[in-house]
Design a protein around this ligand. Structure first.
Ligand SMILES: [Zn+2]
Length: 59
């Protein structure tokens, strides 16, 4: 199984490029078993949303 370090790395990579099928599967499997990384992803989703709202407001 993928390490948390790799999982968080992949999640931030996903912001810049679409992940491959194998990467998504490995990451999904890790998230299934790892609450810490699920929390990390939620936090990242929140930040991304907040950033987008912030940028839209200033456009
Ligand atoms: Zn993890």
């Amino acid at each position: 199984m993928m390490k948390c370090k790799d999982a968080t790395h992949l999640m931030s990579e996903a912001l810049d490029r679409p992940l491959g099928r194998a990467e998504r599967m490995r990451l999904g499997l890790h998230l299934l078993f790892c609450g810490g990384c699920r929390a990390f992803r939620q936090q990242m989703d929140f930040l991304r949303l907040a950033t987008r709202r912030f940028l839209e407001r200033n456009d």
